[in-house]
Design a protein around this ligand. Structure first.
Ligand code: F6R
Length: 612
């Protein structure tokens, strides 16, 4: 969490830093700040609790002219989101200035050691302790690079940092372990950033840092080293992304734009990976682990949040069509309970950002046991993508809205392709069935478009329930995780309490909450559980609950039961969750927007959770 930006070069640094921070705000938005080395050789800092726009509105840009600077947007971990706790942080002597993304786990021990050396602290942050540690080592070595190396060598936890030293003015040192960091290489300028979005306006040439690496950047040079001082040669990569992809393009919110992009994002996920005539799915990135995937006695899927919901749906797909047992694990739980992992297990991590700390660590844990690790990831070049044995990119394009939408449907499409690939190899599906699946897959973007054209219908249902205090989302089979995801979407952006449940479980307790004020969203497409779900609807209706049914376009029967209907096109079971989630994404979006919520930056959240 947190976003960091550093600039050194020919331009005025502050506008680049503010622009970068705005683009990284999805990583945290509790407070923001910057330090600029002014033309007069002075370091000037401004920091403030609140959003980057609050910071921007409070500053007179004329006062901060200079070509070197660092900035930060924060998601609070240690210390409340106050002005004082905002970054940058200084060492006691104000010689070292630091922005930091991550958590220094042994901060207490370092603090006591520094206190015994006479150091005093002004804030509650672990970052201030690191700034002082660098200062302590600087005093010993009189060398900025060595001081950073020595300090980071003694730190447990995670960091992405950009650091200034008032004695070595034209230099920024950046380093990472566990928090993403890259260096944009422009024409006589460098930009350090947590994510490519912050550099794209200036350059598409980037160098990604790996864990344990640092960049020493001056106005006209950059050197890469490990923390142990081994020099590194690394090629520059050219970003395959354009600015329009990360801008709103006329939509009020990124979330709405991203919901509406799904016909294209889904197409990008399967483009070139499926033969529609033969039904053969091919995922180049997984070819080298295909033998392990075919021989595995079980798959373990690990992920967090929305990606975990995708994993649950993947479990249904792989078990049903490939007949391979699948376990789905919250990454945060998996790694801390001495999991039993065999060498011939395949462990699949699903992550939009490719940086979620728990998912990354769960995959590292699996690797330790010798399992084959696979990533289903959106962000190209992200840590998970680089560390797994093999993987497949979902190619959904940049997802900026904090609530995941298009990444979720592309994760599902990737899982469907994996299922088709493995089922064919293992002969668990007939070729005819695979051909039918491929033909149907081709229709999915068009069917999503039909729902986007119907968004006003979904909006009118949202209008009716915008003031509701609680919601249930119920589904059966593969639509149970869709219910979980629908409920998560609503609570995270509208702050309305919502729970997802398997529809038949209602009777075992939760039905006690049903009354005439409780809207219950039933995911009720015409599949083999349809009759059962109709019975569950009847049970809720007879207790005066309000029924919102998600039903197929040709389902007239549903009118006998539902008070409101969200229509979805019919499709095969393997693709149904991809379609069924879309009205639920719209429902939560419109409810949140009508309640004037900050849809793209909901309170307390951050897009990329790089702390454990
Ligand atoms: C919810 C949401 C989160 C993420 C979760 C994992 O809308 O976006 O629940 O799904 O934080 O993030 P990634 O996929 O980046 O690992």
């Amino acid at each position: 969490m947190c976003g960091i930006v550093g600039y050194i070069g020919k331009r005025n640094a502050l506008p680049v830093i503010i622009d970068g921070l705005k683009r990284l705000e999805y990583r945290g938005y509790d407070s923001a700040g910057f330090t600029i080395l002014s033309d007069k050789g002075e370091y000037i800092t401004f920091k403030k609790a609140g959003r980057v726009t609050d910071l921007e509105e409070s500053i007179d840009f004329e006062k901060y002219i200079g070509n070197v600077g660092i900035g930060h947007t924060r998601w609070a971990t240690h210390g409340e989101p106050t002005d004082a706790n905002a970054h940058p942080h200084f060492c006691m002597e104000e010689k070292i200035i630091l922005v930091h993304n991550g958590i220094i786990e042994n901060y207490k021990a370092i603090k006591s050691k520094l206190e015994s050396e006479g150091y005093k602290f002004k804030t509650d942050t672990d970052t201030e302790i690191l700034a002082n540690l660098i200062n302590y080592n600087y005093k010993k070595t009189n060398d900025f690079v060595k001081a950073v190396q020595l300090s980071l060598g003694g730190v447990d936890g995670t960091y992405g940092i950009a650091c200034l030293c008032t004695d070595e003015k034209d230099k920024i040192i950046a380093a990472r372990k566990g928090s993403p960091l890259l260096l944009g290489v422009g024409d006589e300028e460098f930009i350090i950033a947590s994510d490519a979005a912050a550099v794209l306006s200036y350059t598409r040439n980037v160098i990604y840092l790996n864990d344990g690496e640092m960049a020493i950047v001056t106005k006209n040079s950059h050197t890469l080293k490990t923390i142990e001082d081994v020099e590194i040669i690394r090629d520059i990569q050219v970003l395959d992304m354009v600015l329009e992809q990360i801008e709103k393009g006329g939509y009020k919110h990124f979330m709405l734009k991203e919901i509406c992009e799904q016909p294209e994002s889904i197409q990008n996920t399967f483009r070139g990976r499926i033969n529609f005539e033969t039904g053969v799915a091919k995922l180049g990135g997984l070819e080298k682990v295909l033998p392990q995937m075919l021989n595995a006695k079980r798959y373990i899927i690990t992920a967090c949040g929305t990606a975990w919901h995708a994993g649950l749906i993947g479990e249904y797909m792989i078990e049903q069509y490939c007949r391979i047992p699948v376990e789905v694990e919250y990454a945060s739980e998996f790694r801390y309970r001495r999991p039993i992992i065999y060498k011939d297990d395949v462990v699949i991590g699903i992550s939009q950002s490719g940086e979620t700390a728990d998912t990354l660590e769960a995959l590292r844990e699996a690797k330790k046991y010798g399992a084959t690790t696979i990533g289903i990831v959106n962000v190209i070049g992200s840590t998970i993508a680089r560390e797994v044995d093999a993987g497949t990119y979902i190619h959904a394009g940049p997802e900026i809205g904090v609530a995941s939408t298009k990444a979720f449907t592309s994760q599902l499409m990737s899982l469907a392709l994996i299922t088709m690939m493995i089922a064919r190899e293992k002969n668990t599906l007939f070729s005819k069935t695979l051909r039918e699946m491929a033909q149907e897959l081709k229709q999915i973007p068009e069917k999503i478009k039909r729902m986007i054209d119907r968004k006003e219908d979904y909006k009118s249902v949202a209008e009716k329930f915008r003031k509701s205090k609680n919601f249930y989302y119920l589904g059966r089979g593969v639509n149970f995780p869709v219910a979980l995801e629908g409920a998560l979407k609503l609570k995270e952006i509208s702050y309305i309490h919502a729970e997802g449940y398997p529809a038949a479980e209602m009777k075992h307790g939760p039905i006690a909450l049903i009354d005439k004020k409780m809207p219950v969203v039933f995911i009720a497409p015409k599949d083999r559980t349809y009759d059962k779900i109709i019975s569950n609807i009847a049970e809720v209706k007879s207790r005066k609950g309000i029924i919102i049914a998600l039903a197929n376009e040709d389902d007239d029967n549903i009118k006998n039961y539902a008070d409101y209907i969200l229509r979805v096109p019919k499709t095969l079971g393997i693709f149904a969750p991809i379609l069924n989630i879309i009205p639920l994404q719209f429902l939560s979006y419109y409810i949140a927007a009508m309640n004037n919520r900050d849809v793209d930056r909901p309170r307390n959240l951050a897009k990329s959770v790089t702390v454990e």
